[in-house]
Design a binder for this molecule. Structure first.
Ligand SMILES: C[S@@+](CC[C@H](N)C(=O)[O-])C[C@H]1O[C@@H](n2cnc3c(N)ncnc32)[C@H](O)[C@@H]1O
Length: 247
């Protein structure tokens, strides 16, 4: 159950250049303080709690087409080593294993990793590591691909998270991220512990470049992430972008 509403905060580190607009509502900055249900503004407790139901929740948010677009964009090859950052219960990991890659699955939440292990623990090809966006538990230049689906809007400093992803990538490797376009649905922060109300694609492209990644591109995945408030705050259908770059 959700706790009573209390006031939390959103990160202020990276100012998004223009406030987002939504319908005729007042423009908002992605960096404004947020109100959140409960004290857990970082989402840590939230993901511990929802881990056993995450697969069912995720199926209501977006379809499996998202990962098909991710694998195509990365042009994944069997035998390669990938990192799935903010892996959750293994939405991206699962397809990579099926395609014959080895995967290092990293997540802050032990409960999420436990669910992932239950599903894929029998595969020698998956290595689960508890870790945090700012200090990924992976050596420099260790992996051929880095993936992160619906992770960036939960981290405190997206540009630092990108720099870490670039650090662990070998030269010639690819980073592919799927996440939310900028939106104004406050309930996603309040009820799903999002830190960022999506991103401007140009900001994401610049973070890729700042991280030293070449050929940075940000495109549409071609579907929306859909959610309905459990507290009568409406519904959201937010565009999903796919961002990629090479080292
Ligand atoms: C919205 S879920 C997405 C999970 C999975 N990628 C998927 O598509 O189903 C976000 C995941 O990122 C993890 N996460 C959030 N903040 C993180 C951080 N700072 N470092 C590492 N993992 C984090 C959460 O524990 C959660 O499993």
């Amino acid at each position: 159950m959700m706790e009573r509403r209390t006031t939390g905060w959103a990160p202020r580190e990276e100012t998004v250049s223009h406030p987002g607009r939504c319908g005729n509502k007042k423009p908002r900055r992605s960096t404004e303080p947020c109100k959140t249900m409960g004290k857990d503004v970082n989402g840590g407790e939230y993901f511990e709690r929802v881990a056993p139901q995450w697969d069912q929740m995720r199926q209501r948010f977006f379809s499996e087409n998202v990962r098909a677009v991710v694998y195509d964009t990365a042009n994944v090859q069997p035998g390669k080593l990938a990192a799935d950052i903010g892996a959750g219960t293994g939405f991206i990991t699962e397809g990579l294993l099926r395609k014959g890659l080895r995967v290092i699955a990293v997540d802050l939440s032990e409960a999420m990793l436990e669910e992932l292990r239950k599903k894929f623990g029998d595969f020698n090809a998956v290595d689960c590591r508890a870790g945090e966006s700012a200090h990924l538990p992976i050596a420099d230049a260790a992996v051929d691909y880095v993936f992160a689906n619906m992770y960036l809007h939960h981290v405190e400093k997206p540009s630092d998270a990108l720099r870490e992803m670039a650090r662990v990538l070998r030269t010639g490797g690819k980073v592919v991220i799927t996440d939310l376009d900028e939106h104004c649905h406050e309930f996603l922060r309040a009820e799903h512990h999002d830190r960022w109300m999506g991103f401007k694609r140009e900001d994401v492209r610049l973070w890729f470049e700042k991280a030293g990644l070449r050929n940075a591109r940000v495109d549409c995945v071609g579907e929306n992430c859909c959610a309905t408030s459990g507290f009568g705050a409406g519904s959201a259908a937010v565009g999903i972008f796919i961002a990629s770059g090479e080292k």
